[in-house]
Design a protein around this ligand. Sequence first.
Ligand SMILES: [Ca+2]
Ligand SMILES: [Ca+2]
Length: 223
Amino acid sequence: MQTLGSGGLAASAQGRGGKGSIYVWASGDGGSYDDCNCDGYASSMWTISINSAINDGRTALYDESCSSTLASTFSNGRKRNPEAGVATTDLYGNCTLRHSGTSAAAPEAAGVFALALEANLGLTWRDMQHLTVLTSKRNQLHDEVHQWRRNGVGLEFNHLFGYGVLDAGAMVKMARDWKTVPERFHCVGGSVQDPESKCTERFVLIQILSGIWSQKQHWKEAV
Ligand SMILES: [Ca+2]
Ligand SMILES: [Ca+2]
């Protein structure tokens, strides 16, 4: 299904001599009334989307939840401790102690990935996602609504924090001796014939044409 803004990123797999460009994307600052599943750049498999954790281990009030967030980095604190912003360079030759949001979190992640690439220039775009998932830490990260769960291979994940906060030291250490994972395997099971999907209050009707069922109709419960 096409989502806003996802076109064109597939070509990134050819970047860096075929190892794939590394795109880091902020999960977004829309808060609980927004959803980064609807952000085509965040939900694209070609990007690593990063959310914010704050200085006491909670999520920021502006955080959006979605299944595509892979990890988090620390960003500004909540109102009671506004001094806990992110220090960085600013416009007009100045510095700031108040950089904030996932706009601050994502560049921190890009810096961590750059360290991993410095340790091992052979890392592919898929390697970087594997390293992110395997070395991020749950630590004391917590949220009242979105609980930590365990996936099929036993790794803990959270729809706000992803697999946890990035651990630069652990990622660099693992990157040094990393054995490149196989290339992405791609197959097509069917195609959506009617982009004008029909919605009711609880269901979305999508027609999928596949080699096994011709124009079989699948009802998917809306979430
Ligand atoms: Ca958003
Ligand atoms: Ca993504």
